[in-house]
Write a protein that binds this ligand. Structure first.
Ligand code: SF4
Ligand code: F3S
Length: 106
């Protein structure tokens, strides 16, 4: 299973969405998550993300391991998103910022 991590927060570029063959992305106010029940591990989304937010579960950096649970939980609550749209207005400004998980809006 693939997992969206912190770097997506406050950016939401959504390039990842168009390439997903099974529409397993779900959208919140300032973050996207992957439904682990639906992801088929194709890896197509990984190179699409301009901020490298998506990792295969087993390759997650230690500090992002809790995003496995965050993706699984929020995927059950947030609606599906199936096509790319404009990023958040100040996405470029936030793209390189560290420690963005404090800004996650549920
Ligand atoms: Fe979709 Fe493939 Fe990415 Fe899973 S790995 S979220 S199936 S594009
Ligand atoms: Fe987020 Fe990257 Fe997709 S910023 S919305 S994971 S393209």
């Amino acid at each position: 299973t693939f997992v969206v991590t912190e770097q997506c927060i406050r950016c939401k570029f959504t390039d990842c969405v168009d390439v997903c063959p099974v529409d397993c992305f779900h959208e919140g106010p300032n973050f996207l998550v992957i439904d682990p029940e639906v992801c088929i591990d194709c890896a197509l989304c990984v190179p699409e993300c301009p901020v490298d937010a998506i990792f295969e579960e087993s390759e997650l950096p230690e500090e992002f391991v809790d995003f496995i649970e965050i993706n699984a939980e929020l995927a059950t609550r947030w609606p599906e998103i199936s096509s790319t749209k404009d990023p958040l207005a100040d996405a470029d400004e936030w793209a390189d910022k560290p420690d963005k998980r404090q800004f996650l809006v549920l």
